[in-house]
Design a protein around this ligand. Structure first.
Ligand SMILES: Nc1ncnc2c1ncn2[C@@H]1O[C@H](COP(=O)(O)OP(=O)(O)OP(=O)(O)O)[C@@H](O)[C@H]1O
Length: 345
């Protein structure tokens, strides 16, 4: 377990946060300038803090200089040495588990190449490999995909997921992109103006109506976990989740594999009665557990569907017309095509 408690004042900005990150991915999410990079720099030991209590499995890191902390740090840009081959860049980090690292990041065919000949996604994979070969006990990823375009991101994400699944160290993952967070992270720490606004399991935090003001309307929404049942002839995949069965577009994973599906709050429609003669394929029976009226025209509606939580964002007008209140039974309707392939993993 990584325990972080740090404070630092700059002119006009002060950071004061405390959170814990177990093995696996903890996302550090927040708007630009909220203090995410400062947190990462504090853990790495390169920010001179006013207060720093950082420990890993009981061992105090904050007293150690950066090179003794055993942290791997990957930045937005790969920062590779241009005059060294990929292999030499990797070995600059160390030689820990070299074969396994090269395999998990798919670097075998790139080893003799120089950074100038690599795509942005390939460079980031090398930067990840270099960090891993130093045998880190903590991995710090500061927006590792933000400099990449959509297709490059999509190319690197599966490698990041494989890395996540094969390592058992805490990974702090800074990102602005909730789709990425929902895919990669099991926990999230939401930072707002240098403070922890919310933290916890991704499923719980994102389905919490109180998260909407912090994560933004577009990012709010549930993350459901489930198992792939199979691909139908018409190109839709069935996923059995705690909230019920969902149909999502395209071929998604092997039958029996684990899947996560992000359901953005703004893509959920509510109905009092079971819809008939309607094109939407995904209709989940749910109970309202909370209603949070925003400052604008919207209401965030928290729902319990089976053993999963969902979040819907509807208008105040609809909420009044339907007379919705806590404890009401409703149907949550989700159009299959609204589930983007990148939101399923
Ligand atoms: N060395 C410094 N001197 C003065 N102010 C600083 C310094 N480092 C960071 N800050 C300020 O601290 C605040 C938080 O910066 P930080 O880079 O941690 O935010 P962030 O959430 O990572 O932002 P972004 O998403 O844009 O990278 C900003 O207002 C920034 O200007």
């Amino acid at each position: 377990m990584l325990k972080v408690s740090v404070a630092k004042s700059f002119e006009g900005f002060s950071l004061d946060v405390a959170f814990e990150a177990p093995a696996g991915v903890t996302a550090i999410f927040g708007p630009s300038g909220s203090g995410k990079t400062s947190i990462i720099r504090a853990v790495a030991g390169v920010l001179d803090c006013d207060r720093a209590d950082i420990s890993l499995d009981g061992e105090v890191l904050s007293d150690l200089p950066p090179h003794k902390r055993k942290v791997g740090y990957v930045f937005q840009d790969a920062r590779l040495f241009p005059h060294m081959t990929v292999l030499k860049n990797l070995r600059y980090g160390g030689t820990h588990d070299e074969e396994a690292v090269i395999a998990v990041l798919g670097l075998g065919a790139l080893l003799e190449r120089y950074p100038a000949s690599l795509s942005g996604g390939e460079k980031q994979r090398v930067a990840l490999g270099r960090a891993l070969m130093s045998a880190p006990k903590v991995l710090l990823l500061d927006e590792p995909l933000s400099a990449l375009d959509g297709p490059r991101k999509a190319e690197v994400l599966p490698y990041l997921e494989a890395l996540r699944d094969q390592t058992s160290i805490p990974i702090l993952y800074v990102s602005h992109d909730m789709g990425e967070v929902a895919r990669m992270a099991s926990r999230i720490v939401v930072i707002d103006q240098g403070k922890v606004a919310l933290s916890g399991e991704v499923q719980d935090v994102l389905a919490d109506p109180a998260a909407v003001p912090f994560v933004g309307l577009g990012a709010a929404g549930a993350v459901l976990t489930g198992r792939v049942v199979g691909l139908a002839d018409d190109g839709l995949t069935k996923i059995e989740t705690g909230a019920g069965a969902l149909w999502v577009p395209g071929a998604v994973g092997r039958t029996g594999s684990h899947a996560r599906v992000r359901i953005p709050a703004q893509d959920v429609i509510l109905s009092r009665s079971a819809p008939k003669d309607m094109s939407a394929l995904n209709v989940l029976s749910a109970t309202i557990t909370a209603l949070e009226h925003g400052k604008g025209p919207g209401v965030a509606v928290a729902l319990q569907a089976g053993d999963a939580r969902l979040l819907a964002r509807i208008t105040k007008r609809s909420c009044q017309a339907m007379k919705l209140k806590d404890g009401d039974q409703v149907f949550a309707i989700l159009k299959a095509t609204a589930i983007a392939p990148s939101d399923v993993s």
